[in-house]
Design a protein around this ligand. Structure first.
Ligand code: ADP
Length: 450
């Protein structure tokens, strides 16, 4: 097992990793920018090192400073959390060159899945169904039109290096195509320094359903069921739940096994998420994330498995201790991402939290790193915390969520809590009847009452 783990992240995920380390009895090192000197993960870690000024590129993304922090503290492994360096294959290699463990997949798998064109081709080879589209990158507009006509409009132009919904443009008709291509290329170049794009059939009313996997890199891998993340704004997930209201057990087992087999064939190491769009009973692969996801607690609540703890165990070379047959998925779980944003305009609202009272009680979990008197800095993402509820059934879960939302107090800043108070009372949501464009339609039609 590792002797000391450095957590190369901040906020709630740094705290989440720290908790798993404590339970394993492994000493922790927190790193922080000058803006995060008073952060909770710094206060709770055994040691801490300041790695630079507020801008992420100078601190949380600064590889030489992170290496120096490992050296100073004697950390023999790094947990990258999500975001920042978590999907940077070169970072994993540099750590290996310094005999420091990277708690994540093999660098080659990070690299393959980080390029969406290559990821799709790999998925296809492994027997995973993919969205119809171009076979590879598209550089020529004439070629693009040929492919688009073959798969049928509307089509989606996507960036090979994409992430966070950037570099994605829809073309509804032939006339929109060249504009969509050039805008997507420009956006992709600006955001990722790579203007490679590809084409996909644009699905009009799909759900986003993803499968959680865990592998030990030695050919053992399992799936931990699905999460339905269809409620999105600007391709960003807002609410996640498991099981999906749209799937039955047979459908889950079937897609789960296809994915688990692919992970066994790849000898995948660590946790990962294989993302699909689901429409008319069919699954279409869109991408794989080779890291822990923000919404992982939803899976933890229904499987009772600590995903970070398992990630650390297999990262240190242990064999998978759980078999597919051991796994049970009792009850229902649901997560709301509470952001420091205006609930209607979604304008970021950093600042000082004057009063803070998180909800509690049976089946309620809050993963957050804020506290009363804490000031949310303007430099990073705007997540205040994740409210996760668990119940024996979906109606019980919704009842508990309503109660927990009414108890939750965050004063001094604007938050998206009112959005969730609206959603939990909405008939479509109560019926589980929604798809990836539902939330944007709801907001555009002025569905919010504050
Ligand atoms: P990113 O890595 O930028 O998050 P993804 O490929 O994961 O990009 O897609 C993000 C979201 O964009 C999906 O959850 C879905 O809402 C939408 N999306 C992606 N591909 C398609 C498609 N072919 N048709 C319709 N919507 C799509």
């Amino acid at each position: 097992m590792f002797e000391k783990i450095l957590i190369a992240n901040r906020g709630e995920i740094a705290l989440r990793v720290l908790r798993a380390c404590k339970e394993l009895g492994i000493p922790t090192v927190a790193v922080h920018s000058t803006a995060d000197a008073n952060a909770m993960h710094v206060r709770l870690a055994d040691e801490s090192v300041c790695i630079g000024p507020p801008a992420a590129r100078d601190s949380y993304l600064n590889i030489p400073n992170l290496l120096a922090a490992c050296e100073i503290t004697g950390a023999d492994a790094v947990h990258p959390g999500y975001g920042f360096l978590s999907e940077n294959a070169r970072f994993a290699e540099i750590l290996a060159e310094h005999n420091i463990g990277f708690i994540g997949p093999k660098a080659e798998h990070i690299r393959t899945m980080g390029d969406k064109i290559e990821a799709k081709q790999t998925a296809k080879k492994l027997g995973i169904p993919v969205v119809p589209g171009s076979d590879g990158g598209i550089t020529d507009d004439v070629e693009a039109l040929k492919v688009a006509k073959k798969i049928g409009f509307p089509v989606l132009v996507k960036a090979a290096a994409g992430g966070g919904g950037r570099g994605m443009k829809v073309a509804h008709t032939e006339a929109d195509l060249s504009m969509a291509l050039s805008t997507a290329r420009t956006e992709a170049k600006a955001a990722f320094g790579d203007d490679a794009v590809y084409l996909e059939k644009y699905l009009t009313r799909p759900r986003h359903i993803e499968i959680q996997v865990l592998g030990d890199g030695k050919g053992n891998a399992i799936h931990l069921g699905e999460r339905d993340c269809s409620l999105q704004r600007r391709h960003q997930k807002v609410w996640e739940e498991s099981p999906s209201p749209a799937l039955n057990l047979e459908a889950r087992d079937k897609i789960g096994e296809v994915v688990a087999k692919a992970m066994r064939d790849m000898q995948y190491l660590g946790v990962g998420t294989v993302e699909f769009l689901y429409e008319d009973g069919a699954f279409y692969f869109i991408e794989m994330n080779t890291r822990i996801q923000v919404e992982h607690p939803v899976t933890e609540m229904i499987t009772d498995i600590d995903l970070i703890l398992e990630q650390i165990r297999v990262g240190a070379g242990a064999e998978l201790g759980i078999t597919q047959k051991d796994l049970r998925f009792p009850g229902h779980a649901l997560e709301c991402r509470v952001n420091a944003e205006h609930p209607i305009t979604f304008r970021p609202s950093p600042g000082k939290i004057l009063h803070y009272h998180p909800p509690g009680g049976l089946g309620v979990r809050v993963d957050s790193a804020v506290y009363q008197g804490y000031t949310i800095p303007p430099y990073y993402d705007s997540l205040v915390g994740k409210l996760i509820v668990h119940g024996r059934t979906r109606p019980e879960c919704l009842m508990r969520l309503k109660r927990a939302l009414d108890e939750f107090v965050v004063d001094g800043i604007e938050t998206t809590l009112p959005l969730f108070r609206n959603l939990v009372r909405n008939q479509d949501i109560i019926d589980g009847n929604y798809h990836i464009h539902w939330l944007e339609h709801f907001l555009a039609e002025g569905g919010m009452e504050v």
